[in-house]
Design a protein around this ligand. Sequence first.
Ligand SMILES: C[S@@+](CC[C@H](N)C(=O)[O-])C[C@H]1O[C@@H](n2cnc3c(N)ncnc32)[C@H](O)[C@@H]1O
Length: 249
Amino acid sequence: MTRLDRVEQTRTLTPRTAVIWAVLRGELDRRPGERLTVLDVGGGTGGFAVPLAEAGHQVTVVDASPDALAALTRRAAEAGVADRVRALQGDGDALAGLVEPATVDLVLCHSVLEVVDDPAPVVAALAAALRPGGAASVLVAGRAAAVLGRAMNGHLDVAAALAADPHGSAGPRDTLRRRYDADGAAALLAAAGLTVEEVHGVRVLADLLPAAVADGQPAALVELERALAARSPYRDLAAQLHLFARRPA
Ligand SMILES: C[S@@+](CC[C@H](N)C(=O)[O-])C[C@H]1O[C@@H](n2cnc3c(N)ncnc32)[C@H](O)[C@@H]1O
């Protein structure tokens, strides 16, 4: 049993995390026994950073929010991995001043590109931080799910605005600046020189089901999410899209 197995056994995999962990596990399994240098940009309170540190990796979290970093530091201490988690306040498009270029084995950027001013320089900074051959795990909000979700809740005007807006935002009151389809997100990463290897849908079903179903059959839901995640058209209707990409060696 690997250290990540032990970490996974102590945590409940949810529809939000199961597909992403499955992809990350594939990358970690390629390099058994190695202590990887991981960078989590916009890593928040450490939902991925702390388990990765528990699995033995050295993780730096760069986040704009001091509050999130304080919570991360507490969480890392409680998990006994404070020595393997470094918290840095900073901006995702200014990584060069915080992290030595071309030194990172695995970079995470989850639920960040939809809120930053401009995603392109952030993705360029992620790519520059990676060593040749290093991998990027990028999670973005899905556009189709947002359109369908607004419509199913009766907000047809918002659904129409989202569908028509070139960035997939419903306007100034929308909490997100943009949403993606798989091709658009892949093109963003490719423009920074990254080779996209896998695209999965995250939460294909979870947000559509009645709570009684989701809460009553959690293991079956996770299993079905994993079964549908890579298959079109299910993937393309997911609430989030997970892209796994690599800096060419
Ligand atoms: C929605 S949270 C996602 C947190 C975490 N990645 C996750 O998936 O649970 C977005 C995080 O990005 C951070 N953030 C937003 N804009 C940023 C920027 N320009 N540079 C760095 N972090 C940023 C926020 O402070 C917040 O912690």
